[in-house]
Design a protein around this ligand. Structure first.
Ligand code: ZN
Length: 177
């Protein structure tokens, strides 16, 4: 397995609506394994394929960040089929370093997906697991947590986002570290 570079805002790949996975082959298993390793190393509790530059509907979630194998979820073509309640908590994203803010998310969700063999699976998530599932599934549609911020919260991050955008341009132009 190998660590993959994490794409940072405002990389356009983060805004792509990813396509369904149709081939359940060795390269998909390798990508999922690399994404799990990359998520753990970051460290983070979730990672979606576009965050490593792959426009496919694949995401991994692990609230234990590598401590508990049973908490690793690999989701292929996931969708939220049920939402219940509402919780507001501070959220962040590995692709938007340094920015954290309060986002409303359902308290409980049911997610349907398939596994790496294409077999259907269902996950019931509550609290932080529900939040992580919604966050990662959003990524597959090019939606970022900052898109959910309204009013003052949105104003607050606007300046920070401009700074990230300027840094991104500098890196692309070969300026700085
Ligand atoms: Zn994210």
């Amino acid at each position: 397995m190998s660590l993959l570079p994490i794409r940072l805002f405002p990389d356009p790949v983060l805004r792509v609506r990813c396509s369904e996975v149709t081939e359940f082959d060795e390269s998909l298993r390798k990508l999922a394994g690399d994404m799990i390793e990359t998520m753990h190393a970051a460290p983070g509790v979730g990672l979606a394929a576009p965050q490593v530059g792959v426009e496919k509907r694949l995401a991994v979630v692990d609230l234990s960040v590598g401590d508990d194998r049973s908490q690793v979820h690999v989701l292929v073509n996931p969708r939220v089929v049920r939402r219940e309640g509402l919780v507001t908590e501070v959220e962040g994203c590995l692709s938007i370093p340094g920015i954290n803010d309060k986002v409303d998310r359902p308290e409980r969700v049911t997610v349907r997906a398939v596994d790496l063999e294409g077999k259907p699976l269902e996950i019931e998530g509550e609290g932080w697991l529900a939040r992580a599932l919604c966050h990662e599934i959003d990524h597959l549609d090019g939606v970022l947590f900052i898109d959910h911020l309204r009013g003052l919260r949105r104003e607050r991050v606007r300046r920070q986002l401009r700074k990230l955008a300027a840094e991104y341009e500098d890196v692309r132009a070969g300026v700085g570290a």
